[in-house]
Design a protein. Sequence first.
Length: 430
Amino acid sequence: MSMNVKRGLGFGRIGSLIAVIVAHSLTVSMARGQPAMARAVEVAAVERELVAPTIQLVGTVRPRIRTIVATEIAGLVSELPVEEGDSVKKGDVLCRLRETQRQLALDESKARLSELGDVIVEREAMLRKTEFEAQRMEGLYKLERCTEKEFRDAREEYEAAKGRHQQAVHAHAAYQATVDRMADDVSRMTIRAPCDGFVVSKQTEIGSWVELGGAVVELIDLSTVKVRVSAPESAAPWCEPGEPVVVHIDALGRSFDGKIARRVPDADPQARTVPIEVDVPNAKAEILAGMFARVAVPNGPRRMAPIVPKDAVVVRGAQQMVFSITETAEGFLAVPVSVKIESELADRVSISGAGVEALRAVVIRGNEYLFGPTPVGLSPESAAMLKPARAPTSQPTGPTTQPVAPKRTAMIHDFLPAYLIGHGGRPRTC
């Protein structure tokens, strides 16, 4: 017999011996009418809700927006007031290009535009003068006090003045467009953040020349992060946009609520998976781009299932269990019940397994110290949740004649191997 086998048998015998000792001490205590020492625990009621089973998938956190901010005009970098890791708001200055020459050209163009405005004023005055003269000559011509030539000359002079005024107006409008374009060029010498986010890399430095479209900084927006996972094609029909999911970030040791944002209708023919993208609100920027994430996505239809806090589930090796609270004549007993986690719901989980439908309350604090049926102490509030509302009955309610110790022993019997049960259902005492 190998050393590993011997060691395994040794551990098995030791474990059985411990179980016998614990069971025997409980039995002896009850036989003497003395309750075993109760361990203080905190419990929570088992709820029942309509939930869907989930499957856990892994993915990587991505920012809502990742953009390379570039220049819209060529120039020399004169200011770069941001560093990698800086938080910026939409409209904050990221970079300034040297703008002296363009600003001077703009000032010159504004002066020329003002001059054209004065020309318009002059042409308007001439227009009013010729208009008055044309009207005066028209009146004299009707009275036959001027010649037809004088009348026609005055009218033509008015039309010419009107044309010169329109030329001045159009020239002013054209130059206004030139000034606006030059002002826009000057404003584009200052590069601003297109959205809230964080600077993750600088693509240039002060004194560098950047061409039209040259990169300045890389910016990411983490106000909402995206997690893309590959769901099995069997789960894809249940992963509809808008479905709530739970995203666990291992690095933070926390779970966050998210929603399926989109299901890409392009399955991978090799892996038979469908891309699913989940949006997770991240107002405090706690979740960083590139972090590893686990996402519990729907994997079947909704059904009514028991719901317990995550803290109620104790994992020992490959086994998952909860400790159910049972009331006996001597007090309360915490009894282990093997379960399987079916769905994750933020800080709660839905469970399945033999006997879970009968669960009413489970231990959520102190369960790490429980290993078998153990007497526990509850606060009055916790004990109250174990008392069901009973319907009125006509049957007489007298003291029970059923002995207590055999009932307790039978409960212990359920958690011991058959070869450790002696005559009458009591544990063997070695």
